[in-house]
Design a binder for this molecule. Sequence first.
Ligand SMILES: NC(=O)c1ccc[n+]([C@@H]2O[C@H](COP(=O)([O-])OP(=O)(O)OC[C@H]3O[C@@H](n4cnc5c(N)ncnc54)[C@H](O)[C@@H]3O)[C@@H](O)[C@H]2O)c1
Ligand SMILES: [Zn+2]
Length: 379
Amino acid sequence: MKRNKILITGGAGFIGSNLALKLVSCGAEVVVLDNLSEQVHGEEYTDSSLFTSIKDKVDFIHGTVQCRDDWIQALSGVDTVVHLAAETGTGQSMYEIEKYTDININGTSIFLDILANESHNVSKMIVASSRSIYGEGKYHCTVHGDVYPKERVVGNMKNGDFEVKCPVCKGRLKLCATDESSDIHPSSIYGITKQVQEQMFMLMGRSLGIDSVALRFQNVYGPGQSLSNPYTGILSIFSTSILNGNDINIFEDGLESRDFVYIDDVVDSIVLSIFNEEAKGHVFNVGSGVNTNVLAVAEKLITNYASNSKVKVTYNFRVGDIRHNYACLNLIKDKLNFTPKVDFDTGINKFCDWVKQQEVKLDRYQHSIEEMKSKGLYK
Ligand SMILES: NC(=O)c1ccc[n+]([C@@H]2O[C@H](COP(=O)([O-])OP(=O)(O)OC[C@H]3O[C@@H](n4cnc5c(N)ncnc54)[C@H](O)[C@@H]3O)[C@@H](O)[C@H]2O)c1
Ligand SMILES: [Zn+2]
């Protein structure tokens, strides 16, 4: 089916702005609904390079997904919705609970309520889910087979033992690629809101006969990632610290790992989900399929910026953080012929080249850690 008018909520953000520019370059008409949140865009949104990059290329609506009238205005004539607007900080979600559930869950509920009760042209909807819904993801025990461990024991972590244990025998585990049928058990409020958003989209899509797709993104990075937001995106957080001449304090022992997926690959996965009929009704992992540890990321950034900053492994940890996760990509490969094209070395070099052209932002990372400490969520 031809898709003529596409609404991107959160379309001024990192993923949304890159997606908007791609869709516009393919000839689509794009509407963006975004509240230009200060945490992402800074105090003066007119200075936000993300917002500036899209504002004259899309039909921009400055509004919030918490407001029904803003949704109604944004949905006028729209056939496809990509819902990206959200609060996105895992750690922050553990103390700003009302805000996270209001924007992420209530915001989604207003949209679905409009679809159920009012006339509209929406025939496809895509929601940004997250790897955070898996919590620790999939592991293998030689005795007990595939297991899905719950949150780690705080006492063990206080003793410097950060690895995940078999939930049955407490023995050592082998990390596996997490597939879409893995257990869902988020370990943060943010993860819970993403799980609920995804389930609401898929359920209402089936009920109303609207094609729906959920994309479980791993850690997305690349040009455009907010360099001033200390609550999410470790590549930007570390970059801003390094460029301020500060040392990098790493949680745990630095060997915790994530699947870092480059922004262009993420945009490709959304474009495929919009235009490929095979996507409908599916929930897909989107990642690079490779895990990289945080220590290696910090060291690579310091080298790329030719900085004298030191990496300090702190053995501190945040409640709600997971140890490892990386995506199994078989399903999205099979259904949409998606394979990530940018490996981590290439991607991080492109990211650093972009960062070097940006003005250095204030380093508010330590402030965000103090916030967590004051709530008892940083040990
Ligand atoms: N970046 C990642 O690594 C990653 C990983 C998994 C999932 N996701 C999901 O992808 C989506 C986009 O993430 P991103 O990295 O581009 O985040 P981002 O913070 O760069 O962009 C989010 C955008 O939403 C806007 N927004 C926030 N609250 C809003 C509201 N109430 N009404 C309207 N707009 C609002 C912000 O102003 C911002 O422009 C989010 O739903 C996020 O949960 C991102
Ligand atoms: Zn076991």
